[in-house]
Design a protein around this ligand. Structure first.
Ligand SMILES: C[S@@+](CC[C@H](N)C(=O)[O-])C[C@H]1O[C@@H](n2cnc3c(N)ncnc32)[C@H](O)[C@@H]1O
Ligand code: SF4
Ligand code: SF4
Length: 362
C-alpha cells in the first residue's frame, strides 16, 4: 500500500520492489524432512491438495502485467505433479522468462528432458548430504542413489542446475566441502547453502527423527551454524567473492565463484529481517527472511509471508474472475512495494500485537 507518508523517492523506489513468485503446486512430496512442514513450503495444507494448470495460470498470467516474469514451482514436490510439463509450456507461451523447478524427488530425473524442452530455465534440487544413512535420517526415505541419479539426468539437459543444502550443526556441516566438490565435478552450476529456518512446523514423526539426529537437541534453532564459518575453506579457494542483492527484498547473499565458474551462494539470515510495519509485533521476529515471496498455495490461497499462516487470502471463486483477481493481486503486490528490507536491529523488538497485512480479498 502506498501511503501519503511515502516520499516521492520512496514511491518511485517502491515500484521496483517486486517479490519472488513461488507456487506450491501440490502438498505431496513423498518424504518427511525433519526440518520442514508436513505439507512443504506454504501454509499447512491437507493431504492430496493440488492446483490445476488453469488455477496456476489464473494467478500467474495477471502477474506478468505487473512486471513479474519469473516463477518458482515448488511444493510438496513438482516431480509428483502430473501436469508439470503442460504448465511449463503454458507459462512460457504466456511470457514467463524464468521458470525454476525445486525438487528432491527421483522422479524429476525421468521428466527432466521433457521439462527442459518445455522451457524450464533453472532446475533446483535439494541435497543435504552424500551419506545414504544420513539422507534416510533427514528425509525418511532410503533413496539417496536414486536422488543423485536424477540429479545427473537433470544436469544432462544442459539447463543450469542449482543444489540447495540446508546446513545443520552437528548433522551435515562437516561435509560441505565434499558436497561442493561433488557438485562441481557433476556439472552443477551453483550450490546454495541455506541456514535452517528455525520456525518451520514439524510433524510428530519428523520430531522423533529430529531427536535421534540431533542426539536430544530437539529444537530446530539449535541446528543453526554460521554459514561463513562453514564455508571458510571454500572462500579461500574462490577466484572472486561478490554480494548478490535480491532486488531490495530479502537478504543480500554472498557468492563465492571458483575458477571453474562453479558458484557457492551463502544465504545466511543470522541478522534477521525487518520489512517495516508488516513485521511489527510478529512473534517470529527476527525471522529468517520470510516475507519476500508471494506464494500461491496448493489449496488456492495467496500467502504473503512463509511463516505467517494467518495472513493468507483464500482465493476461492475469485480465482477465475479476472477482474477480481487483478484487483487482489494489485493490492497484494502493494504490500511488498512498501516493505523495506534491512537487517533487524535492537530497536525493532516487537512491541505491539500482530498486525494483519492490509490485503484482504473483497
Ligand atoms: C519446502 S521444499 C519444497 C520442494 C521440494 N520438496 C524440496 O525439498 O526441494 C523447498 C526448499 O525448502 C528447504 N527447506 C525446508 N525446510 C527448511 C527449513 N526449516 N530451513 C531451511 N530450508 C528449508 C528445502 O530443503 C528445500 O530446498
Ligand atoms: S523439504 Fe522435504 S518434507 Fe519439505 S517439501 Fe521438500 S521433500 Fe517434502
Ligand atoms: S512478518 Fe514475516 S518477514 Fe516479518 S518478522 Fe514476521 S515472519 Fe519475518
Amino acid at each position: 500500500m502506498i501511503t501519503s507518508m511515502d516520499s516521492p523517492a520512496q514511491r518511485q523506489d517502491s515500484t521496483v520492489r517486486l517479490p519472488q513468485f513461488r507456487v506450491t503446486v501440490n502438498s505431496r512430496c513423498g518424504r518427511a524432512c525433519f526440518f520442514c512442514r508436513p505439507s512443504g513450503e506454504a501454509v499447512a495444507t491437507g493431504a492430496g491438495q493440488e492446483l490445476s494448470v488453469q488455477d496456476l495460470l489464473a494467478v500467474a498470467v495477471p502477474l506478468l502485467a505487473h512486471g513479474i516474469d519469473s516463477i518458482k514451482l515448488t511444493g510438496g514436490d513438482p516431480a509428483l505433479w502430473e501436469p508439470l510439463e503442460e504448465a511449463v509450456t503454458r507459462l512460457r507461451e504466456a511470457g514467463f522468462a524464468e521458470i525454476e523447478l525445486i525438487s528432491r524427488h527421483p522422479r524429476i530425473g525421468e521428466r527432466a528432458a521433457a521439462l527442459a524442452r518445455a522451457g524450464v530455465t533453472q532446475f533446483n534440487m535439494s541435497v543435504d548430504t552424500l551419506d545414504p544413512a544420513l539422507h534416510r535420517q533427514i528425509c525418511g526415505v532410503d533413496d539417496l542413489a536414486a536422488v543423485l541419479g536424477a540429479l545427473t539426468q537433470v544436469v544432462a539437459t544442459g539447463v543450469p542446475v542449482k543444489v540447495n543444502t540446508v546446513v545443520m550443526a552437528g548433522v551435515n556441516d562437516g561435509e560441505i566441502e565434499e558436497l561442493a566438490a561433488w557438485c562441481e565435478k557433476t556439472g552443477v552450476a551453483t550450490l546454495k547453502l541455506l541456514d535452517v529456518i528455525r520456525d518451520m512446523d514439524s510433524g510428530a514423526e519428523s520430531f522423533a527423527r529430529r531427536l535421534a539426529i540431533t542426539r536430544g537437541g530437539a529444537s530446530i534453532g539449535s541446528l543453526y551454524v554460521p554459514l561463513h564459518e562453514v564455508a571458510a575453506a571454500l572462500r579461500e579457494q574462490a577466484a572472486s567473492v561478490d554480494v548478490r542483492s535480491q532486488g531490495g527484498l530479502g537478504h543480500p547473499m554472498t557468492v563465492l565463484r571458483l575458477a571453474s565458474g562453479f558458484e557457492v551462494v551463502l544465504k545466511d539470515s543470522r541478522a534477521g529481517a525487518w520489512y517495516g510495519d508488516v513485521c511489527t509485533g510478529c512473534r517470529f521476529y527476527p525471522c529468517h527472511d520470510a516475507l519476500m515471496a508471494l506464494r500461491l498455495t496448493a489449496d488456492r490461497r495467496l500467502q504473503f509471508c512463509l511463516l505467517r499462516e494467518e495472513i493468507s487470502v483464500p482465493l476461492g471463486e475469485i480465482l477465475h474472475d479476472p477482474d477480481q483477481m487483478d484487483s487482489v493481486l494489485g493490492r497484494a503486490l502493494s504490500t511488498y512495494a512498501t516493505a523495506r528490507f534491512r537487517p533487524a536491529g535492537p530497536d525493532d523488538e516487537p512491541a505491539r500485537p500482530v498486525r494483519l497485512l492490509p490485503v484482504v480479498a473483497s
